[in-house]
Ligand binder design. Structure first.
Ligand SMILES: [Zn+2]
Length: 163
């Protein structure tokens, strides 16, 4: 019977969650020696990852006050982000560490695609529904005309003194 190869990270996660080596072995359906090997591999990979990450500085995002919308402007336009500071502006995608080689090749995240406007499906409507829609639109236009005339006549009455 061939078993799927166990994920080293899964083995380490199970061990970290408090299971014993024997319990992890039973859970993964492999031998205890295999669990030892998987955990060793996972720890080595984790150490390597941490060592690689050591020279990558963490940035502190600075969000402007108020709502964060596409119209939001930077809160640092009066003074630029000081060089060598860990501040990162998510609006203009700049930081005080942009001069470091690690950030030279960093590309901003791609923007969200524009939503495709949904066209009203006129063909999906039946003849009866189309006629109803036409009638409703004509009624709405008539109501707007009547309202406009009412407002005009009220304004004219107010302009005429003594009525
Ligand atoms: Zn900015």
């Amino acid at each position: 019977m061939s078993r799927p190869t166990a994920d080293p990270r899964h083995a380490l996660a199970l061990l970290s969650s408090g299971l014993t080596i024997a319990e992890v072995a039973k859970e993964l359906g492999c031998s205890r020696d295999t669990v030892y090997r998987l955990v060793r591999e996972s720890r080595a990979a984790l150490d390597k990852y941490r060592a690689e990450r050591e020279d990558v500085p963490n940035l502190e995002p600075t969000f402007p006050r108020g709502d964060y919308t596409p119209a939001t402007t930077c809160n640092h336009d009066k003074q630029p982000i000081p060089i060598r500071s860990r501040w990162y502006c998510p609006i203009c995608d700049r930081s005080g560490l942009d001069h470091l080689p690690f950030f030279q090749n960093a590309r901003p995240l791609p923007k969200d695609p524009k939503p495709t406007p949904e066209k009203p499906t006129a063909k999906a409507l039946t003849r009866r529904e189309r006629r109803r829609l036409q009638f409703a639109q004509a009624e709405a236009a008539r109501a707007r005309r009547v309202e406009r005339r009412l407002i005009q006549s009220m304004a004219a009455r107010q302009e005429r003194p003594g009525t």
